[in-house]
Write a protein that binds this ligand. Sequence first.
Ligand code: SAM
Ligand code: SF4
Length: 323
Amino acid sequence: MKKELLIDKHGRVHNYLRLSLTERCNLRCRYCMPEEGIDLSPKNAVCTYEELLELCDIFISLGVNKIRLTGGEPLVRKEVGKIIKELGRRPIELALTTNGFLVDRYINLFKEVGLLNINVSLDTLSPEKFVLITRREGFQKVYDNIMLLIREGFNVKINMVLMRGINDDEVIQFAELARDLPVTVRFIEFMPFDGNRWSDGKMISAQEIRDIITAEYQLNRGTDALNDTTKHYHIPGFNGKIGIISSMSEHFCGSCNRIRLLSTGKIKNCLFSPDETDLLPPLREGYDIEPLIRNSIYRKKAQHAGMFNLAKRKNRSMITIGG
Ligand code: SAM
Ligand code: SF4
């Protein structure tokens, strides 16, 4: 029997699962990972490969038709190859958000299973600034892997988190990547999470981003897909597109279709919500977890988990959520 879809009390259907494979990462981006690091969850509190697949299958039976692998860095999880192979067989669109560092190791597998939609984070085109932002070396590797994905025909989006005084001087350079390359360059508003030293002043708003670009180029509004969190734009003569993700200044909660599943088996019904439901203990004890999932989605708030002042509220660090 076909099951009812996951619908919240505001009528939004939830069919998109963002699955965090791990809290670990090979980079230490300032906007994501607190300077002092994070306390990793104990091994027995992290879903095994089998448990992750079981959870995914339950979500798929409830109407989820898109799964995006994220993290931490999803490609540092040991069983990521097996997970991608298995999920590649499910009736879903499979996508990935990565820092790009290990892409060359898995590119053949991506092709084999048809994982073609890949978002890569890159916040600067300067190798020195890369170290400042990510607290690690690796610019060239990430850049080369982005070029490899593009050459091999993947649908690549480059995610750049803008921070005032750090990389806001690179907006035009990033936009110009879309002149010759068939990529979508997405500018993301800096969001507050525990330990990332967010402040109002450091955030570059969507309007400011548009102003910087329109000072140089004509920026035409494009079309967005249903449930898209990105507002798309196009510069005449450019091969690729520009995207702006305005989570802070122009939120898009009205069309939210996302469920976030952490590597510990907890679900978050909103990126900004402290409200989490732990599915792992009941799953391990053999209980039916469907009512827990339905309940969590049903009680989702209309917008930003009902928070009007996000920066003052406690939330986990982004590295443990996955974006
Ligand atoms: N490691 C992968 C990566 O960097 O793409 C996947 C995980 S990362 C947490 C997912 C996305 O969240 C990345 O695009 C990253 O830029 C974004 N992100 C992390 N912290 C953020 C913040 N404070 N504000 C806005 N976006 C953030
Ligand atoms: Fe790691 Fe991605 Fe967070 Fe950077 S944004 S620390 S690459 S999880």
